[in-house]
Structure formats: C-alpha cells, structure tokens
Design a protein around this ligand. Sequence first.
Ligand code: FAD
Length: 326
Amino acid sequence: MSVLVLCDHDRGALAEASLEALTFGRRLANDLGVACSGVLIGEGADNASTSLASYGADSIYLVEHSLLTDYGPSAWGESLVQLVNKVGPTAVLACGTDRGNEVIAHLAASIDAPFVANCLTADTTNPSTWLMTRVQWGGSLLEDSELSTEQVKIFTVVHHGIEAEQSESSNSGQQESFTPELDESVGQTIVADRVVLTQGITLSTSPVVVGGGRGVGSAEAFAPLEELAEELNGVVGCSRAVTNNGWRPHSDQVGQTGTRIAPQIYIANGISGAIQHWVGAMAAKNILAINIDPEANMVAKAGYAVIGDLHQVVPAVLEEIRRRKS
Ligand SMILES: Cc1cc2nc3c(=O)[nH]c(=O)nc-3n(C[C@H](O)[C@H](O)[C@H](O)COP(=O)(O)OP(=O)(O)OC[C@H]3O[C@@H](n4cnc5c(N)ncnc54)[C@H](O)[C@@H]3O)c2cc1C
C-alpha cells in the first residue's frame, strides 16, 4: 500500500506546486502508515527527481516512453492509469494546478473512480469514507465533502493551501522506471510548440508584489510602483478596477479572476480589498496596505498599514530605500 503523488514538471524543471503536493502526500502516508511515492512522467523526469526524497518520497517512479516527449494530458493520464493498476495505491494525489487537475481527472474518469479537486485537508479516520475540506470559488468558500469509495482515493491539493516543507526523516527516494503501453492516439494532445510570454519571476512566484488599485488613478501613475517593485526585486500586480480601466494588462491582475499570489510581502496601494481581490492575495505572508481609508478591508486584513495618499507615501518610501542603498 502506498500514496502516489503526481509531481508536475516542465521539461525537467520541477514545479514548486509539486512540493506542496508531496508535503501533503508524505503527511497522509505517515497517518496511514504506508509509503509515499513520487511520480514523474516524461522526458526530463530524471532531472526533476533530485529534490523529491528530501520532501518525503520513499520511492520515485520515472515513467518513460517514446511518446512522452512533452506534457500531454491524455498521455500523462493514461500513463498514470497504468501505474495505478500496477501499484494498487491507497491514494493518488497531485497539486490542484491546471495540469494536476487535468491529469488526475483523466485518471478518475478512466478507472471510474470519484475525484475531489482542490482539497485543503483529508480526514482518513474512516477508511472507506474520507472527509475532505475543499476550496471553492478561489478561496471564498470552504466545502466539506465525503470521498466515499472502497477503491483508490483520488484528489488534488489546492495550490498555496499548504506550505512545502522538507521531511525531517531521511527518505531514500529510490528510483524505479516504469514504461506504460501507449497507443499513438494519446500523442494528439502532447504539447508540440510553445510561446513564452513571461520569463523569470512571475506574479504567482515573486517574493515581493507591489499592487495598485483604482486609487493609483491612471496607467502613468503606476511608474513609482514599477520603481518600487524594481528596487525590491519584485513585480507589479493590480486589481480588476485597474484592468477594467485598461491601465494594466489582465496578466497583472490579482484575484479570483486573476492570479493567486503568495509573496513574502504584498504592498497593496489604493486597493480596497474586495473579496474577489482578497482570495487572490490572502496567501501573502505579510501585507502592507497603503490607503487613505482606515476602514478599507485591505487595511483591516493587513499586518501593516500606512493611512495616507499613496502618491505621497510611495515616493517617500522610494527615497528612503535609495538613501539607505547609497
Ligand atoms: C465575478 C467577479 C470577479 C472579480 N474578480 C476580481 C479579481 O480577480 N481581482 C480583483 O481585484 N477584483 C475582482 N473583482 C472586482 C472586485 O469586486 C472589486 O470591484 C475590485 O477589486 C476593486 O478594485 P480596487 O480595490 O482597485 O477599487 P476600489 O474598490 O474602488 O478601491 C479603491 C481604493 O483606493 C483607495 N484610494 C483612493 N485614492 C487613494 C490614494 N490617493 N491613496 C491611497 N488610497 C487611495 C480607496 O480608499 C479604496 O480603498 C471581481 C468582481 C466580480 C463580480
């Protein structure tokens, strides 16, 4: 018996989200008294495997096949189906990223088993009915659901729901190759080409995000926020009021219909903190709100706040940073 954790990687670069899933899987495996195994599919799996043992993988399945060149939901899904049939695990999980949910849904549909997406916790007291808390509507609703099956339990763990944490015990991370039997037809959905729009630190991975809302006032008025982000090696984010006004592109939007961020610090300038924005920002470790309204939701939620006009506060902060750097 074991817990299988599908670890997402992009051409050998392990996704951070996989370590969250592995942390969850390791704790689950401990509770169940079974082993925790990582699963890496396709070209580059070997490269991506290096840190899995330190996050709790007792063993690692490297799934290889000539058709598994780049990511493909059908090919990855079918490979996982065959591995599950071979191993007979107690549970299979992945991080609830687009890819994680896509591949795990394929597995569940193929073996006709129930699947719970975006879970935060799993209570396994009753072996045939696990009680799952899952996150809905971008984090504004927590839903209790039952995962009731005598079969393998299948679910994903909500992204940013738990922090990835290295294992205290030493796990061997012993590697084992697995070659599935794949039909040419699964190759129809394998990534053939890609255009990278953003490189380096992105909104979802940056340790510092400088956010601007309607209070910034115009596209041009984002310049000091850009400068502040640059000084702090961070990126600029914004609210939907800003994208609606055409001041910033949608790729900068934080929130339910934008990006979920989890920086060390989120500096929210002129943002009221509406629930749809908050669900995208709530995983920030620290929040500094700069707002003229002491009653604003973002101010209430922030650990630190400056009540004042951002057009005066941001230049003053910039000046002080530069003075200290020089
Ligand atoms: C289905 C749906 C999905 C949505 N998805 C998202 C989403 O993904 N992301 C998102 O952000 N929103 C989303 N929204 C919109 C959301 O409800 C809010 O309307 C939006 O977040 C408000 O943006 P804001 O805080 O910039 O503007 P406002 O609510 O207008 O707040 C502006 C803030 O700036 C402050 N301010 C004004 N001038 C200054 C100044 N000079 N200095 C300092 N502070 C100042 C004000 O006190 C106020 O707190 C969604 C809405 C719906 C219905």
